[in-house]
Ligand binder design. Structure first.
Ligand SMILES: [Zn+2]
Ligand SMILES: [Zn+2]
Length: 182
């Protein structure tokens, strides 16, 4: 059973929305829910670590910094489970309700709700961008033998290559045939 993970990470920003360039440093750990990318699932093995600065920029609050998480993943070559660390660059922008019209249309913004912003969507987006589509437990991973399932990173298996299936076997026949015709 996975422990319950919050679906929000609220930060009280009331202290900085009066003074331009005021900042809040957010350094904390939080339980992260698994992240699914395509067919790959990344399951946190420890709380994620956040180091983000929130800056009041007049039109809204800018979040920038990093989030890091240790995640269990499955090697796409050998199917072994391993733990990797992902570090993402956090970017977020938060505005008060009703002030969306003051920011450029192309600027993506989340709302400040009451005194709070919810940092979680920006953190999950940053981690998702940092994750590989085909995780490998080691760049040198040789995968598993398609015949016997042996872990080829541990050494060659005992399977004898079937030479009759080799493209060179077919080639050899062609060469022999044309040799007979000549
Ligand atoms: Zn592997
Ligand atoms: Zn084999």
């Amino acid at each position: 059973m996975a422990e319950a993970t919050p679906d929000q990470l609220k930060i009280d920003v009331a202290a900085i929305v009066d003074e331009l360039a005021d900042t809040i440093d957010v350094e904390l750990e939080f339980p992260l829910a698994p992240i699914t990318l395509g067919t790959e699932e990344f399951v946190p093995v420890a709380p994620a670590r956040v180091d983000v600065t929130l800056t009041y920029a007049g039109t809204g609050i800018v979040a920038s910094g990093t989030v890091a998480a240790d995640l269990a993943a499955t090697c796409s070559r050998c199917l072994q489970e391993f733990v990797m660390t992902a570090t993402g660059d956090v970017e977020g922008f938060y505005v008060r309700p009703g002030t969306e019209a003051e920011i450029p249309e192309e600027q993506e913004a989340e709302l400040i709700v009451g005194r709070d912003i919810d940092l979680l969507p920006a953190l999950r987006a940053a981690l998702a961008l940092a994750l590989p589509f085909a995780p490998v437990h080691d760049e040198e991973c040789k995968g598993i033998c398609g015949t016997c399932g042996a872990d080829l990173s541990a050494g060659p298996c005992d399977c004898t290559p079937d030479l009759s299936l080799s493209p060179f076997a077919v080639l050899k026949d062609i060469i022999t045939d044309s040799g007979d015709d000549a």
